[in-house]
Structure formats: C-alpha cells, structure tokens
Design a protein around this ligand. Sequence first.
Ligand SMILES: Nc1nc2c(c(=O)[nH]1)N[C@H]1C(S)=C(S)[C@@H](COP(=O)(O)OP(=O)(O)OC[C@H]3O[C@@H](n4cnc5c(=O)[nH]c(N)nc54)[C@H](O)[C@@H]3O)O[C@H]1N2
Ligand SMILES: Nc1nc2c(c(=O)[nH]1)N[C@H]1C(S)=C(S)[C@@H](COP(=O)(O)OP(=O)(O)OC[C@H]3O[C@@H](n4cnc5c(=O)[nH]c(N)nc54)[C@H](O)[C@@H]3O)O[C@H]1N2
Ligand SMILES: [Mo]
Length: 722
Amino acid sequence: MEAAYYTACARNCGSKCILKVYVKDGAIVRMGTDDAAPDDPTSPQLRSCLRGWSYRERIYAPDRLQYPMRRVGNRGEGKFERISWDEAAILYAHMITEIREQYGPSSIFSMDGSGTIGLTLHNTWRGLGPRFLRMLGGGTEQTLSYSSGATTVAAPYTVGAVANSSAPNFLQTKVMLMWGWNPAEGGTGTNTAYYLQQAKEQGCKFYVVDPRFTDTAAAFADVWVPLKPGSDVALMSAMACVIIEEHLHDQTFLEQHTFGHEEWFDYILGRGADGQRKTPEWAEPITGVAANLIRQMAREYASVRPSALVMGLGPQRTAYGEQIARCGPALAALTGNVGVPGGYAGLMNWMLAFPGNGVGSLPGARPGPGGGRPAATVPCNQWPDLFLKGKSGGYPTDIHMAIATGGNHLNQGGNLNKAITALQAESLKYFVVHEQFMTPTARFADLLLPVNTLFERMDIAHANGAVVFMPKIIESLYESKSDWEIFTLVAGQLGLADAWTLGGKSEEEILRELAAAWPPTADWERFKREQIIRLNMADPIVGYEEQVAGGQPFKTPSGKLEISSPRLKAASHPQMPAVPQYIADWESPGDPLAQKYPLQLIGPHHKARVHSSFHNIPRLREVEKHALWMNPADAAVRGLAHGEKIRVFNGRGETQTTVWVTERIRPGVVALPQGVWHDPAEPGVAGSVDRAGAVNVLTNDRPTPFAGATAQHTCLVEVARR
Ligand SMILES: Nc1nc2c(c(=O)[nH]1)N[C@H]1C(S)=C(S)[C@@H](COP(=O)(O)OP(=O)(O)OC[C@H]3O[C@@H](n4cnc5c(=O)[nH]c(N)nc54)[C@H](O)[C@@H]3O)O[C@H]1N2
Ligand SMILES: Nc1nc2c(c(=O)[nH]1)N[C@H]1C(S)=C(S)[C@@H](COP(=O)(O)OP(=O)(O)OC[C@H]3O[C@@H](n4cnc5c(=O)[nH]c(N)nc54)[C@H](O)[C@@H]3O)O[C@H]1N2
Ligand SMILES: [Mo]
C-alpha cells in the first residue's frame, strides 16, 4: 500500500513550497507537489520547482553520510575513520569542555549555514547552533548574511526597517524595473513568477536591469538593460537626474514622507562637492547603458503609475553594496511609489512578503551564565579572516573551535583558498561539522556527524502561503540523526540534557505547545491529519503602507524616509555619505588591476541548485551545463570557441571549466554560477587548481566598508584556453 504525506521544501532558495511524498514499505517511492487546493485566488496551490521534484534523489543519493567519523589524515584530505555515536558524543563534549576551559566561551564559533530554514524546530540558520552555545553561556555567533549583508545594515538608515510587499501586489503594477532580480531562476517566494506572469498578461511593462539575459529577462523583459556590475548607483542617479530636471518627481510625496531630499538633489544636479551633474551622458561610460535608454527608462518609471522598482540582492553583493541599498528606496520615493499598491520601495530581502501566522518559535535554552546571549559576534562572511587573525586583526575574540551546522562554508564564501588556510590554522583546534554529504567543507572536519533530512524528522514549516505539518515520513537513513538529536546527546554528556530539551520534552511535545499558540493549529491532532493550513494571499501586503497611507512614522529618527541621513552625516564615514552616492568599486574596470584581469566576474544563483545543495544530483546537472558565460566579443579577442576548455584565474586562484559563448551576457562581464562543489587537484592544498568551475576560488573576501558585508560579485579575472 502506498501512502502519501505533504511536507514543505524548507530550503534556502527564498521559497518554501509544498511537496507531496509517496511512501511504500518505509521508503519514498515518488514525489509530487501541492495538489490539494482548488484553483482559488485567495490561496493558490503552492507548487514546487524542479529541485523539489528531485528531492527523492537527494535523500537516497549514494554519497549520503552514514555514520559518525573522526579525521585521520590532514584537514581537507578527506580521510576519516568510523566511530560510534557514543564515542562521537564523548569526543564532542570533551572538545567543548577543553576549549571553554582553556580559552573561554567566545573562542567557540557557531558557524551555522542556510541548509534548512523556515522551520519551527530543526532550523540550521541562526537556529540550533547558537541555541546550544547560549545554553553553555554563549559562544561567538555570526551576524549579517551572505544574502543581504549590505542591505541589512545600510537600508535602515533610509527606511528604518526593510518591509517587502507580497507578490499579488504586482497585479496592479504598470511598469516594473526588475533590478538585478531573477525570480524565474531563483525563488523569492512560492508563486512569485505566477503573479508576475499575470501582471504581464495584464500589460505591465518590464525592464530587466542585469548584466545577464537571465531566464527572467527571457520570460518577462520588454527591455533588457545590460549594465556593468557595480554601476547601479550611477544608473539610478542618472535616472534621478532626468526625473528631477524634467519635473517628473512627486514633490508632495517628498515633502510629506521623506527627509533631506534637497541634499540628494544637490548631489544629483551637480551642486554638491563633486560639482558633477549625474546626467545620462555621465552615466553612459560608467554603466555601459546608452544615455537614451536611461532617459526612456527614467521617464517611463516616473510618469506611469504605479510602477515598481524591485531589486534582487545581487546588486548589493558588491564593493559598495551599502550605496545601492539606500539609492533604490530614494529613487522609489522620488517617484512616490513607496507604500502604494502596485508600487515597491526599491529594496528586497530574501523573499517577498507573506501573511504571518501565529505558531510560536522554539524558546531559547535556559539562559546560562552569559544570560542566553552570544559572547561575541562577527559578520558571517568574515570567518576566514577571523580564524586567521582573531584579536590581532581587530576581532573581538580568537577562535579555537567551530561548529558547522547546515552550511558549506568553505565553498560558499569569498576567497576559497584563504578559507582553506583558515580551516587549517593551528589555532583552530577543533572543527566539528554536522552534514548530510561529504561536501568540500565536510572534508575539513575533525569530527563529522551524519545528519538526517527533513523527511526523517517532525517539524512545522512556515511555508510561503501556508503553515505545514511535516511528519516524520521515513526513518532516519543509516545512522543519521537530526541536529536536535545530536545536540541532545552532547548536552547529555555535559549534564545539560534537561536545559536543551526544556525539561525532557519530546520534539512532538515542543511542537504541539508552539502550535497551541495559534487557533488554526491549536487542535494538534487535526493539524497533523490535515497538514496544510492555507493563508489568505488575496489581500496584497504593501510594504510601508502604514507609513504612507496610515500616518505611522518610518522607524528612523525623523520618522520619515531619510534620503539624507543625519546619523550618517554625523558619523562622517568617507565611504558612507549621508546621501547615497556612486563610488567606483575596487576590482572594477577603473582599477589598475584591470590591466591584468580585465573581465568582471559575477557568480549568480542557479536554477538547478540551492547554493551548493543539490549539486550532487545528476538529473539536476542536466538542466544546464555548468560553464562560464562569455560574450562573443570577449571570446573572439581570446580566440575562444564555444565549448572550449578554459581556465579562469586571478591573484587568488584558478578554476577550470568550459566556455559558453553567448550574447546573453554583456561584453566585459563573465558569469560562473555559484554553488558547484570545489574539486581541487590536490585535496587540502590551498591554491591547488580547482577542476569544477567553483567560482569562489576567484572571489574576494574583502568586506564592504561600512556594513562589513560580503561583496562576492565584485571580482576581476582573466580567461585563457587550456
Ligand atoms: N534556484 C535558486 N534560487 C535561489 C537561491 C539559489 O541558490 N538557487 N538562493 C536564494 C538566496 S539565499 C538568496 S539570498 C536569493 C537572492 O538572490 P540574488 O542575490 O538576487 O541572486 P544573484 O543571482 O546573486 O543576483 C541576482 C541577479 O543580479 C545580477 N547581478 C549581479 N551583479 C549585479 C550588479 O552589480 N548589478 C545588477 N543590476 N545586477 C547584478 C545577476 O546576474 C543575477 O541575475 O536568491 C534565492 N533564490
Ligand atoms: N560567489 C557567490 N557565492 C555565494 C553567493 C553568490 O551570490 N555568489 N550567494 C551567497 C548566499 S546569498 C548564500 S545564502 C550562501 C549559502 O551558502 P550555505 O548556507 O553554505 O548553503 P548551501 O551551500 O546550500 O549549504 C547548506 C548545507 O547544509 C546541509 N544541510 C541541509 N540541511 C541540513 C540540516 O538539517 N542539518 C545540517 N547540519 N546540515 C544540513 C546541506 O547538505 C548543505 O551542504 O552562499 C553564498 N555564496
Ligand atoms: Mo542568500
């Protein structure tokens, strides 16, 4: 007999969709998706993508980690011996005790990643790792994210708090600027593309501002605007110049809802310190976008209402990402498109907005001596530098142990070769990794623990448009355990099992208590039976509606949208001016380094993977051959033909792949989608040539100047035949 259960695809692609899982004799035999709702605009089906449909192959992949292991070779060599869970728990607890006693709590780093998110219990991202260390009195935790680091810090100076709108909001949009935003390939919430398609059918005009002609451009663009990476603020400033000089701006909106627009006008109109009018002709050589096209886009964006400027996070994953994160909302405010239905505030976060629900979240462990707080914090992207330098590099602490849950950190951060040296540093005495697969990061573990998947444990998902009861659908494969169970074992060794489990509660008891806080899930048995509580998607959520229509203040000191920020003016940071300004990136065409490495490299998110997750699924690799995107003009100069074997290199590393010669990318820019698994010729040797096309051997770990965020899309390389 075949049984079927729903669950949620709680992965970090920006969406959380519904999966249907068919089970026979204790094994998953096939996958489906949401088929439960009728065709109902209030709550449409939450159907999954190709990754979700392939999940069965990931669960049963031949390279699943099966049992606990201890390293026997050098770090990174990938040589391990099998040990028992008893041995593993004792060893783990000894490591923690030794490091805490010798160096203090802050020397243990919670290196959590985005492996499983959107859950109530088994979250890896800022979830169980920090909770565990806080129970012990606090370790060092990560701040920011690889996703939106610059936005998280910079945008609040302008808007107070980042507030997205929901996708149904776009059904009213007449002109949309999809700015470095690629929702056709990357999730930004279940059904985003479905709503955008309806907007298109209703006549919304789309501009796609992206160095690449993405699938989003193919599906939606009326106009493709292929700018140079990192030139976004120049492009937006030139649009502002046209809008202001042609009196297309919304003066009433500026006066009612913003603060300090005159100062921005001074910068734009050349009345500021640099004396430069930010005309389309000024912007043309910087951005590579024709002045006339800039004029057209500016006029159309400002004069047709409502219009939506929606930014992906790619543009702010750049050297001065702080500036674009503030310039987007300034431009949206200039045209009065903030807080109005069909508009958008020129910002983005991981995903669009969804209706909230009232399921509680996992309570922190009982506060330890540190009061349930971290002992120190460091931006997540700076871990290699932190491990290598510690206090001598100005960080709050030295790190002697790291616990990695749910991340492929080595593979996913900037400057992978530096990250190898960081994981091999003698000062890092212990590196514990909880993983499902032998990832490039897992190869460096001293203690490597096999983790089960979301199909092998119980949870509640905050899906996009529903709350989903996620049953334990199959038993844990091999000897794998959940992170929760692993921490329970180690807490037991440390005499803290009760604190970790909130007094010996089972997972189901904890979940049931959290579900009790919200009427639709309060009847636990019924929720378990029905599985999906759908939320009303029909009423659009409009970010900043309370501020603009409802008279509430923005959460800034002035209560207005601060186009000029008095706080920033007072801080007088040379690279974080009071109004958003164009600052030429390091490693951009103007950098002397461009003589040697003339191509700008970006490492975009790919439709066949969630970061590095799903890379090991053969069927998904067939979706698109992994290769370096290069314009025919750049290929011709280098004498490269489509499909040739190439090497891509700069001062930080070299990777081998093939070249995809295509007009889908602008000249001067190459793209190598992020997430393939690093495959060095010599495992564990920093600088060894990578044979997989792993972009992060090339990218920089230099943080943005003010936020300290990652700037992985700012990178120069050269390409040659091999
Ligand atoms: N399938 C899939 N979906 C995903 C993910 C995934 O790994 N796979 N990851 C998810 C996560 S965690 C995140 S944070 C989100 C956000 O993902 P984003 O950060 O928005 O994704 P990126 O691909 O980095 O950038 C989006 C687009 O910006 C373009 N771009 C790069 N540099 C620039 C620039 O300087 N200016 C402009 N205008 N465009 C630029 C890229 O070509 C790309 O098409 O995506 C989520 N969605
Ligand atoms: N060059 C470049 N690099 C980038 C980006 C870019 O745009 N360009 N984007 C960045 C962004 S936005 C992000 S968010 C990061 C993401 O980077 P990561 O957060 O490292 O995400 P993944 O690569 O998906 O790695 C997640 C790992 O968690 C494991 N895992 C899954 N579920 C569980 C679980 O329940 N428990 C445990 N212990 N493990 C689990 C998976 O097997 C997988 O190996 O990548 C960043 N890297
Ligand atoms: Mo992200």
